[in-house]
Design a protein around this ligand. Structure first.
Ligand SMILES: *Cc1c(COP(=O)(O)O)cnc(C)c1O
Length: 824
């Protein structure tokens, strides 16, 4: 096969169609290289001399895929032969990002691929950039689902992820003149080499119509039907222990074109069914923590949930032949309420199709299903107008009424009063009648888990207080985690190498082994090596931002990062106000010894969320002013990085010194960004919210910077009349920063742009920016003081890395497996 080397496209003298940095390679081309070239010819259909980067990218993935498929088939066969229980993870979102590096790394083939590509003058890092970022999620909830899929495979648990194959997914964010502009993400534009369409796994999904009853048997006759077809992507666990399936549904019309209508000239009408089907899988609603009330959203939820439940039941019947044994062979986990109609769909299949008696079906349903709650924000708890629900899903509505009467009878028997009954009911009767999806999931599941310890306690005290009284053992906690493969090994190879040389590589599959670093926390040599890696990562990020945004950053400045969805409760505004206060201070006291800082922001705002979009504009306005003001010199820079996604997170997090986790206490369910940063040696500045509380417990008070009101104090202030105006008037620094923003210092082109945003802080300040400002500013100056002692900072960074291994999604999945799913 040596002949191919001679034709390699990267030859400097050859003005070929593809030119990449030439890499010298020792030794002869490997078997894997032959494989890639064969694939390039026979599957991509290109001569290696004419192949473009994108052809090589496809060939690389196809060749790798061939290896993965063997393990995939083995895994599936093994599950079948051992008759093991399968876990089904239903999620509206999977924020998977790129797969090439993850799959290569978990297959243990990274070096082989590098060598094979180098033989053709190609650099793996460059080829990787051709992979689109699969953004089938909004943020944390979707990324959690992706981390869980990887951990399930790593822990050798047979599992399927079920979701929607969105054609456009989450929008791509562009920043035009400082404003967010939403563009469709065309991630499937050049095809998707990872996926396999399974035409044999198709289901008809109905909507509307009516229900008829014949004796005891009800039947639903939908008015419309679409076909859901499975599209599978392999998910490789660490060391390829197991390859599981991510099964995403696509939609087609049963009758894609009505030829008679088409021939009669009604071209649009002839295609309308296909357009309707297509709309089900077109976009992900860009709403995080607030329900999109559109009918289409409910249709999407039912579409993917019904297809998934039907697939699960079909598989079970095929292998076991008796629906009553379902809980022994299947565990269905609902990732938030989006798939909670699964409760009614499973009941419908059991009662109407498999003709189980209602009570027996209810037992089977509850034993099979479990539910994860992700939010306490009342506005984010999904409910649907009853008339809409009834019109779209008439049979499910009947089933929900039947479940409700059963539950409310239980509640009466247990002595609940009218207030409690009203809170427990699946139907909200307080205004326009609505179906409560969280209550449906709660009663239909045997386990309801929160995602961090604090969040779980708050669930019991607030949204689910009455349900918790009725079912006191159902709520439990499973603190979230992140996969250390993607969020340490792959995104930060430099740090991984340093850790491996210090303590061995056991931490990659058992992250709690990182604790061995505690003994070396004050070791100067290790401290210096960790600092060198951090600096190299900062240089790499600075180069990336120079190339993509044209901004110049000082890699020796403190990189202070807040990247996450833009939401008022996450308080990017608090950070921006403090940035303005700092800017003001630096200009007023240039003689002081300021720590140079780079403030990095990134995140998308839901398209209908006015204030969140205004916060993006404010960040950009502040950046423009501060970055061009010579009086702050290099001491302060502000950057808003467009289109935050998984791939960007993988570049930014390893380069962060400081992680901003500053939500109003009581409002962030867990957070997982906080875990990724700490794992990569950043210090956290944060409130006692979500998993920050547990991070503090693990790393110790002296290795985290905590500020602000506690959840209890926030609730108390709200209850007892909070007066932000008095606080603002009592704080010179805060008052000044706010008046600079409100008066148009950063928006000379539109002086009133922020008058309303800042006015809201004086009026109500629901998220308590004013209350926490002083404490936050003080904490920031404490961070500066620490930064001035590099040795102490390094020790602190190492202690963070050493003590957050517990936040591995392997640990989380291990707990789900043992306590909820009962799989070993
Ligand atoms: C981890 C992650 C999130 C979640 O971040 P939080 O800070 O926990 O809100 C969101 N988006 C992406 C791309 C992520 O990787």
């Amino acid at each position: 096969m040596g002949q191919f080397l001679g034709f390699s496209c990267g030859r400097a003298s050859e003005p070929g169609p593809c030119r990449l940095r030439r890499i010298s390679v020792a030794g002869s081309p490997s078997e894997f290289d032959d494989h890639i070239v064969r694939v390039l010819r026979h599957r991509v259909g290109k001569d290696e001399r004419a192949a473009k980067h994108h052809d090589w990218y496809n060939a690389a993935i196809y060749a790798l895929r061939d290896h993965i498929i063997d393990d995939w088939i083995d895994s599936t066969r093994r599950t079948y032969e051992t008759g093991g229980k399968r876990v089904y993870y239903l999620s509206m979102e999977f924020l998977i990002g790129r797969l090439l590096r993850d799959a290569l790394s978990n297959m243990g083939m990274t070096r082989e691929m590098e060598k094979a590509l180098a033989a053709h003058g190609l650099d793996l890092a460059e080829i990787e950039e051709f992979e689109p970022d699969a953004a089938l999620g909004n943020g944390g909830l979707g990324r959690l689902a992706a981390c869980f899929m990887e951990s399930l495979a790593t822990l050798d648990i047979p599992a399927y992820g079920y979701g929607i194959r969105y054609v456009n997914g989450m929008f791509r964010q562009r920043i035009d003149d400082g404003w967010q502009v939403e563009l469709p993400e065309t991630w499937l534009e050049h095809g998707n080499p990872w996926e396999f369409e399974r035409l044999e796994s198709s289901y008809r999904i109905g909507f509307g119509g009516e229900v008829t009853v014949d004796g005891d048997i009800a039947s639903w006759h939908p008015a419309e039907q679409v076909e859901a077809t499975a599209v599978d992507t392999p998910v490789v666990g660490y060391k390829a222990k197991r390859v599981n399936t991510l099964r995403l549904w696509s939609a087609t019309a049963l009758d894609p074109i009505k030829l008679d209508a088409f021939n009669a000239g009604d071209h649009f009408g002839a295609l309308s069914e296909q357009v309707r089907a297509d709309s089900l899988v077109r976009v992900l609603y860009p709403a995080d923590s607030s329900p999109a009330g559109q009918e289409l959203r409910l249709r999407q939820e039912y579409f993917f949930t019904a297809a998934s439940v039907q697939d699960i039941v079909r598989r079970h019947m095929q292998y076991e032949g008796d629906i009553r044994t379902l809980p022994e062979k299947a565990s269905i986990q609902l990732n938030d309420t989006h798939p909670s109609v699964a409760v009614a769909e499973l009941m419908r299949l059991m009662v109407d199709v498999h003709q189980l008696e209602f009570n027996e079906a209810w037992e089977v349903c509850r034993k099979t299903i479990s539910y994860t709650n992700h939010t306490l924000l009342p506005e984010a708890l999904e409910t649907w107008p009853l008339p809409l629900f009834e019109r779209l899903l008439p049979r499910h509505m009947q089933i929900i009424y039947a479940i409700n009467s059963r539950i409310l009878r239980e509640a009466r028997k247990a002595g609940c009063d009218d207030g409690q009954i009203a809170a427990i009911s699946l139907i909200d009767e307080s205004g326009e009648r609505r179906v409560r999806m969280a209550n449906l999931a709660f009663v239909g599941a045997h386990s309801v888990n929160g995602v961090a310890a604090l969040h779980t306690e708050l669930m019991k005290e607030t949204v689910f207080a009455d349900l918790h009284t009725l079912y006191p053992t159902r709520i439990n906690n499973k603190t979230n985690g992140v996969t250390p493969r993607r969020w340490l090994q792959q995104c930060n190879p430099g740090l991984t190498r340093v850790i491996r040389e210090a303590i061995g590589d056991g931490f990659i599959q058992d992250a709690e082994k990182l604790s061995a670093l505690n003994d070396l926390a004050t070791d100067t040599q290790l401290g210096e090596r960790v600092a060198e890696v951090k600096r190299a990562n900062k240089v790499a990020l600075a180069e990336h931002l120079k190339a993509t945004m044209g901004i110049r950053l000082n890699p020796d400045a403190l990189f202070d990062v807040q990247i996450k969805r833009i939401h008022e409760y996450k308080r990017q505004l608090l950070n921006l106000i403090e940035t303005v206060a700092l800017y003001d201070q630096i200009r007023s006291h240039p003689e002081r010894d300021w720590v140079p800082r780079v403030k990095i922001f990134g995140g998308k705002a839901a398209s209908s969320y006015h204030n969140a979009k205004l916060v993006i504009k404010l960040a950009n306005d502040i950046a423009r002013r501060v970055n061009s003001d010579p009086s702050v010199g290099g001491l302060l820079k502000v950057v808003f990085v467009p289109n935050y996604n998984v791939s960007l997170a993988e570049k930014i997090i390893p380069a962060a010194d400081l992680s901003e986790q500053i939500s109003t206490a009581g409002m962030e369910a867990s957070g997982t960004g906080n875990m990724k940063f700490a794992l990569n040696g950043a210090l956290t500045i944060g409130t006692l919210d979500g998993a920050n509380v547990e991070i503090k417990d693990k790393v110790g008070d002296e290795n985290i910077v905590i500020f602000g009101l506690t959840a209890e104090e926030v609730a108390e202030r709200r209850a007892n009349g909070y007066d932000p105006r008095a606080i603002i008037e009592g704080s010179r620094e805060l008052g000044q920063a706010l008046s600079m923003i409100a008066s148009g210092v950063f928006s000379p082109d539109d002086r009133d742009r922020y008058a309303g945003l800042i006015g809201g802080l004086y009026e109500h300040d629901w998220f308590m920016c004013a209350a926490d400002f002083e404490s936050y500013a003080e904490a920031q100056r404490a961070v500066d003081a620490r930064w001035r002692d590099p040795a102490a900072w390094r020790t602190c960074a190492i202690r963070n890395i050493a003590n957050v291994g517990w936040f591995s999604s392997d640990r989380t999945i291990g707990e789900y497996a043992k306590d909820i799913w009962k799989v070993t």
